[in-house]
Design a protein around this ligand. Sequence first.
Ligand code: NDP
Ligand code: 8X3
Length: 252
Amino acid sequence: MNNKIALITGATSGIGKAAAITLAKIGYNIIATGRRGNRLEELKSELPKNIDFLPLIFDVRDREQVLEIFNNLPEKWKAIDVLINNAGNAHGIDPVQSADLDDWDAMMDINVKGLLYVSRAIIPGMTERKSGMIINIGSIAGKEVYPNGSVYCGSKHAVDAITKGMRIDLNQFGIRVVAIHPGLVETEFSLVRFKGNEDKANTVYQGMEPLVAQDIADIVEFAVTRPAHVTIADVVVLPTAQASASIVKRNS
Ligand code: NDP
Ligand code: 8X3
């Protein structure tokens, strides 16, 4: 058992949920966030009973609420060791000349500004303690651009740049900053992107074996269990069937 605390944003499904369960299994106490409170309750029932759990329900876009919640954490939860900035999603896949402005707002507000708000709330505690790890979940879309994905890719390129900037600014405090950039992972991601259309969402993973959330959680576990002098700075992880953001080998 360790007495450490991990805060995982977007732990109500997919990668965040798998990361929360994985870190709980190695003894982390877990702060899990998301907008769906019922899902956080479900998560609680899947965690080992010997760790402490704090569910926090909020929208990462709400700057005032983010700051209010983290400025008023109960004393025993204040010293966060690991922050996983995972909450995020894609909305639509459309050309730049006709995409929906609300989709653009959602992607930039959640994936970029939401990550910044949570980080800004947590980092001062880490700098004061001169310790901590931040794991940002980027994407292959943060390394490459694919057709009709300009703004999702832009948001994840921003995550890539912000991660590098964090590593530079936080270097003097001994804070480790990690980026994990997955390719196709089968989660609720495509269901959200296609606004609940299951048929469309399923075509994304048709004829190929995608990553699963646990594949990413395994990398999280590897990063947090490295000795203090080791930072896993930047990991791109793809399904074997995927060669790049848009080249995927499929069985017909
Ligand atoms: P899921 O849709 O399964 O999970 C997304 C999580 O983000 C949910 O817990 C959701 O919680 C949370 N979230 C979304 N919007 C908000 C918001 N406004 N406020 C608070 N929480 C929010 O997708 P994944 O697990 O796949 O996605 C996790 C991360 O991984 C994202 O950043 C995504 O961009 C990235 N990624 C995913 C890939 C994939 O192929 N699946 C590949 C590369 C990167 P709730 O809805 O309850 O608020
Ligand atoms: C999610 C992976 O390829 O749909 O970030 O952009 S992709």
